[in-house]
Design a protein around this ligand. Structure first.
Ligand code: AMP
Length: 408
């Protein structure tokens, strides 16, 4: 019988990376490129502008970091070579950490610049900028203040990356981004990543990208491998249900999302009172406190982390066994991001959403977005009777009116 030629497996070898990058990949343990990496890396290596529609969990960070590092090695410049802008300090820090991992064996320096740091750090960052760094990872506001003061040597800049661009626009950074760009040389490659492609992002990309290669990996669906479930509950049953789902189970890392910091604080308080090992994270915490909590959660010193949506975008914590949406996210895309915290890079995980009667309509919109109906169940009988659910088929055109309270 004739052998059928096998389709070649994607491999990092196909990019002919510098041996030091290959060494970094080995050390980090990446064996083969993810789909977005396979598509985007060659475009960036060619020096093309790129627009990448990709959610976190797809490997988008390495998709731009690796080729940018390669190009920096091929063509070092005086001053800053690449700037990566991210919407939040957490994401900026996480990108900087990945960058440090990849560039460990190389003579490439990087500097994270994000808000919320003290005067001493400001001085240190200023000095580091002046003495010269190759890559800057920054939040927009802080970067802009350095640019306004003419401290950042960007005249020879080659690469600008905008990560989570949709989030940056949501947070009102459009003007800051345009002002940052006004300081940068015209001739550069610009790489724009966004989880969604609303018209505003198209508009922005038209203004700042030149003949971009387009890669579309975001499907506005949680990554495969996530088991999604939902419970129909009354509000006063939610905390008991949460406790019953976690208690006595082998779940080293549980992430609970709630939409407001008041709720986040109250959930954490109630779980603590029940004897759980829990912490909360939200915008009331100082940057240093947030980092400490995240580190403890990563190191598994904390089992349950209760968070607002600040954390659902981009934050990369490995091996989260269970994500609980304590309420239905207002923005359907946030559901994808929250659930995406589990089952990272081809692992499996569980995402469970608690839905009360008022949230049914919003949840049906989410099901429409992710193009699947999530299995719904009632809480255990000992929690008492739960709301009934007469599901509207998720493909039907939703009525404009949200369901009223008490309607069954
Ligand atoms: P990102 O979408 O960039 O946030 O990446 C999601 C996760 O996938 C991170 O934990 C990365 O370290 C991991 N990752 C990225 N690329 C690869 C790869 N080629 N092989 C294995 N893991 C990867």
């Amino acid at each position: 019988m004739e052998d059928i030629p096998a389709t070649p497996e994607p491999s990092f070898k196909q990019f002919n990376f510098h041996p030091l990058i290959a060494e970094g990949l080995d050390a980090i343990g990446f064996e083969k490129p993810t789909p977005i990496q396979a598509e985007i890396i060659p475009l960036i290596l060619e020096g093309r502008d790129v627009i990448g529609c990709a959610q976190t969990g797809t490997g988008k960070t390495a998709a731009y970091l690796l080729p940018v590092l390669q190009r920096i090695m091929e063509n070092p410049v005086e001053g800053i070579n690449a700037i990566i802008i991210a919407p939040t300090r957490e994401l900026a820090l996480q990108i900087a950490q990945q960058l440090e991992g990849f560039s460990y064996f190389m003579d490439i320096s990087s500097l994270p610049i994000y808000g919320g740091t003290d005067g001493i750090e400001w001085e240190q960052q200023k000095r580091a900028l002046i003495s010269g760094v190759d890559v800057v990872v920054a939040t927009p506001g802080k970067l802009l203040s350095f640019l306004n003061m003419d401290i950042a040597p960007v005249a020879n800049l080659q690469h600008l990356v905008l990560d989570e661009a949709d989030r940056m626009l949501d947070m009102g950074f459009f003007d800051d981004i345009m002002r940052i760009i006004s300081y940068l040389p015209e001739k550069r490659s610009t790489l724009l990543f966004s989880a969604t492609m609303p018209p505003r992002i198209r508009e922005l990309s038209k203004r700042i990208l030149k003949n971009p290669g387009e890669v579309n990996i975001a499907i506005s669906k949680p990554a495969e491998g996530i088991l999604q479930m939902a419970y129909l509950v009354y509000d006063n049953q939610k905390i008991l249900l949460l406790a019953s789902l976690i208690k006595g189970r082998d779940l080293p890392s549980v992430l609970v999302f709630a939409s407001t910091k008041l709720k986040v604080k109250s959930i954490a308080r109630e779980l603590k009172a029940k004897g759980f090992n829990v912490a909360d994270i939200h915008s009331d915490l100082e940057q240093a406190e947030r980092e400490k909590v995240l580190l403890q959660f990563r190191n598994r010193q904390i089992q349950i982390l209760v968070a607002t949506d600040v954390l659902s975008r981009g934050i990369d914590i490995e091996n989260i066994s269970l994500v609980i949406n304590f309420d239905v996210p207002h923005d359907a895309e946030d559901y994808v991001h929250r659930s995406g915290r589990t089952a990272r890079a081809e692992q499996t995980g569980i995402a469970i959403t608690f839905i009360n009667e008022e949230e049914l309509y919003q949840f049906s919109r989410i099901e429409k977005l992710i193009e699947m109906e999530v299995r719904k169940q009632k809480p255990p009988a000992e929690l008492g009777s739960a709301p009934d659910y007469n599901p509207r088929p998720f493909r039907s055109k939703p009525s404009r009116k949200p369901m009223r309270k008490g309607r069954r």
